[in-house]
Design a protein around this ligand. Structure first.
Ligand SMILES: *Cc1c(COP(=O)(O)O)cnc(C)c1O
Length: 353
């Protein structure tokens, strides 16, 4: 049986996308590269549902989370942060390392934050709100649309970690007033790991101009300056092969249609969870916060289930993080995912239990 990645990144990469990395190298200061990068930038805007520029960096998603803090704020700035799990905690840790004062809303694992909690904690002195969209450690989704609508016209920068959702769950950067969206190549965008993408609003660029935190390689204003050249470029040598591969993945999303992609994720997630519940298993996440890209299943013997899936069925899933270590398996169903993969995973779990 072929290896199947049912993980929240890296995810299965389609043959078409893999093949792009096998092409002859092109030079990053040529019109050939600029043409590729121009097309890629347009496709990024399409999946981010924005007219803002989307910056590309050769890094993991965490690099872009760090860059969004370092570029948009200054030491001593006070922000509000929402954590509903491990990735929310990481974002808070980054903000603190850069000397920000962080007021935290901590929600019990498995739940989403409510708009009420945001309203009750947000103050005039908060320069920004940072929040995880899809909390990969718990399988819960925060209501970023409702929060964005509430924040409209407020003097605050709205920053969303959408690493495990963008390209799998509907996110409308412009319509929902999001100032900065961070994602990465290896999750719902079904590309190899190694690229991060950051959508940056005009308002966010204004914050960048007054930021006093040191940065060089990850400088948003500089990356944007090169992106806006008549022949778009990057300040430093880009990961040409990865960009070419990701461009093909975005072309596939375009061909399928964004709404069809979101619908496919929803149908497969619903199907998977229905079957899991039918087996008498417990979903870790609150019923009203369920993610379409990942399912967290509680198990007493989670490590055993995870190991058997790998050894006996060649299916890779993720284990629990932090306090949930050894107590859950997390099944990613994002990006290049179809019914057959869902059935194979369901059947394997059923046989094991
Ligand atoms: C995977 C993930 C990250 C980190 O991405 P890396 O590419 O591993 O750095 C951050 N946030 C969320 C929500 C994620 O799922």
């Amino acid at each position: 049986m072929e290896k199947l990645l049912m993980t929240p990144g890296p995810t299965n990469v389609p043959e078409r996308v893999l093949n792009k990395m096998n092409e002859k190298m092109i030079h990053h200061r040529t019109s050939e590269y600029s043409n590729l990068f121009r097309e890629f930038n347009e496709r990024l805007k399409f999946v981010f549902q924005t007219s803002n520029n989307v910056l590309t960096f050769p890094s993991a998603g965490t690099g872009a989370l760090e860059a969004s803090i370092a570029n948009c704020f200054s030491t001593g700035d006070r922000i509000l942060a929402v954590s509903i799990g491990d990735f929310g905690d990481r974002f808070i840790q980054i903000a603190k390392i850069y000397g920000l004062t962080v007021d935290e809303i901590k929600v019990p694992w498995g739940k989403a934050v409510s708009l009420e909690e945001i309203k009750n904690n947000l103050k005039d002195y908060h320069k920004g709100l940072i929040i995880t969209h899809n909390e990969t450690s718990t399988g819960a989704v925060n209501p970023i649309k409702e929060i964005g609508e509430y924040l409209k016209d407020k003097n605050i920068l709205y920053i969303v970690d959408a690493v495990s959702s963008l390209g799998g769950i509907d996110i409308r950067m412009d319509e929902w007033n999001i100032d900065v969206i961070v994602t990465a190549s290896q999750k719902a965008l079904m590309s190899p790991p190694g690229l991060s993408f950051v959508g940056v609003s005009k308002k966010a660029f204004e914050y960048c101009k007054v930021s006093n935190i040191p940065k060089f390689y990850f400088d948003f204003l500089n990356a944007n300056k090169f992106l806006e050249k008549a022949d778009p470029q990057n300040p430093y040598t880009p990961a040409v092969s990865l960009i070419s591969a990701a461009n093909e993945a975005l072309a596939m999303i375009e061909e399928e249609g964004l709404n069809n992609v979101f619908l496919r994720h929803k149908i497969l997630a619903d199907k998977f969870r229905e079957e899991i519940k039918g087996m008498g298993l417990n979903i870790f996440t609150d019923e009203n916060a369920l993610s379409n890209t990942i399912t967290a299943i509680s198990f007493e013997n989670a490590n055993d289930i995870k190991n058997r899936l790998e050894k006996e069925y060649n299916i890779i899933v993720a284990g629990g993080q932090g306090a949930a270590k050894g107590k859950m398996i997390r099944v990613g169903h994002m990006g290049c995912i179809n019914e057959e993969m869902i059935y194979r995973t369901m059947n394997a779990i059923r046989e094991i239990i």
